[in-house]
Design a protein around this ligand. Structure first.
Ligand SMILES: [Zn+2]
Length: 129
C-alpha cells in the first residue's frame, strides 16, 4: 500500500477523489473541514491521505491524516457548532479531570503526612496520660 504523495495530485484531482469516495457528505473545496469521530481531530480536505491499495493502478482509498487513525469518510462529520462545543467540553473535562487528579494526589500526600503525625503523637503520648 503506497501513499500517493500530494505532489502527484493537483488540488482538483484530490477534490474529485474525495468527492468520489465520500458519498456521505459532499466536498466543494479542499479547504473544507471535517471532524474525525475516530481520533477526534479536525481534518481538512487538503490533509486527507490518498492511498492506493495495490501499486499504481490499484483502488484508491482516502483515510484520515492522523497517525494511526485509518478512519474513512463514513466517520468524518461536519464540524457543526454542536460538534465544536462537544470538542471544547471534552477538552475542558480532560483539563478538569487532570486538575482533580492533581488535587487528589496532593490531598493524599497531605493526609499521609497527617496520618504519620497522628501515629507519632499516639506513640509519644499515652492515651490516658
Ligand atoms: Zn482520524
Amino acid at each position: 500500500m503506497a501513499q500517493v504523495s500530494s505532489g502527484q495530485l493537483s488540488d482538483e484531482e484530490k477534490l474529485h477523489i474525495l468527492q468520489r469516495h465520500d458519498q456521505f457528505r459532499p466536498w466543494c473545496s479542499l479547504d473544507e473541514k471535517r471532524y474525525c469521530l475516530v481520533c477526534g481531530e479536525i481534518i481538512t480536505g487538503r490533509e486527507i491521505r490518498v492511498m492506493r491499495d495495490k501499486g499504481e493502478n490499484g483502488p484508491q482509498r482516502v483515510t484520515c491524516p492522523t497517525e494511526d487513525c485509518n478512519s474513512t469518510p463514513m466517520e468524518w462529520v461536519w464540524p457543526t457548532d454542536d460538534v465544536l462545543i462537544k470538542i471544547a467540553m471534552v477538552e475542558l473535562e480532560c483539563h478538569h479531570r487532570r486538575l482533580i487528579a492533581r488535587a487528589a494526589s496532593a490531598m493524599r500526600s497531605l493526609s499521609k503526612k497527617k496520618a504519620r503525625n497522628a501515629i507519632d503523637r499516639t506513640r509519644s503520648e499515652p492515651p490516658f496520660g
